[in-house]
Design a binder for this molecule. Structure first.
Ligand code: ZN
Length: 75
């Protein structure tokens, strides 16, 4: 199933253990929201990677047991 959004860039945030605990779509219509999301990740000391919406959909977010206090937020 495709709605054409798979190739839209998205940022993910990884814990040092490798768990993907956050994601924010690099939505050109909401640059402020993207920026705020990234600032949150940086503040939390997460490792940011640039992927795509399709990647996030396929991979999903993880509930890290080590970092269970982390907030996970989907778009
Ligand atoms: Zn983890």
């Amino acid at each position: 199933m495709s709605d054409g959004r798979e190739m839209i860039p998205s940022y993910i945030a990884r814990e040092k253990c490798g768990c993907v605990v956050g994601a924010v779509v690099d939505d050109p219509d909401h640059p402020q929201r993207t920026k705020e999301g990234l600032l949150e990740f940086v503040k939390d000391g997460l490792i940011i990677e640039r992927v795509t919406v399709g990647w996030v959909r396929e991979h999903g977010l993880e509930q890290c047991v080590v970092h269970s206090t982390m907030e996970t937020e989907e778009e």
